[in-house]
Write a protein of this length. Structure first.
Length: 154
């Protein structure tokens, strides 16, 4: 596994990995009602995030392909965290989070980190020390749970 920073040239690989989880992420597996969300994770959108100083990505490469990545917005919000299914439960997400904490993160003005967790990913974020910070939300065809983690737990 090779870890490296994301660049705009990685947009297609990043968007493809996200798209592979569409059925789990959208409230309707066909994507109906989630058009705005799907647009926000398109190749063009990801290229914009990867070009922006607000977003920092760490990608995991295996055999010339992206198999996982984390994106941090504004130094304190997990914007994306995706790991190829074949690598689930092997510590890849934790390694990405710990690396992001060291290299990309600066807690926000409240001294916390945040994430809007997809519902299937809530246990992963709980294992990272995140706790529920609001009620379940449904926006643009996806459901998520706002979560927060105190910076002191890093």
């Amino acid at each position: 596994m090779e870890f490296r920073a994301g660049t705009p040239a990685d947009a297609e690989a990043v968007a493809a990995l996200i798209a592979s989880f569409q059925r789990e992420l959208t409230d309707d597996p066909s994507g109906v009602g989630a058009e705005r969300y799907l647009e926000s994770v398109s190749v063009e959108a990801e290229r914009g995030y990867l070009s922006s100083s607000r977003y920092k990505y760490i990608l995991v490469w295996v055999e010339a392909r992206v198999v996982a990545f984390i994106a941090i917005r504004d130094g304190s919000h997990i914007f994306h965290l995706f790991v190829e299914r074949a690598l689930h439960r092997q510590g890849v997400a934790r390694r990405l989070w710990e690396r992001a904490l060291r290299e990309l993160c600066a807690p926000n003005h409240e001294g916390t980190f945040t994430v809007n967790s997809s519902l299937p990913a809530v246990p992963v974020y709980q294992a990272f020390g995140f706790a529920q910070a609001g009620s379940q939300q449904r926006v643009h065809g996806i459901s998520f749970l706002p979560m927060r983690r105190a910076a002191l737990l890093a």
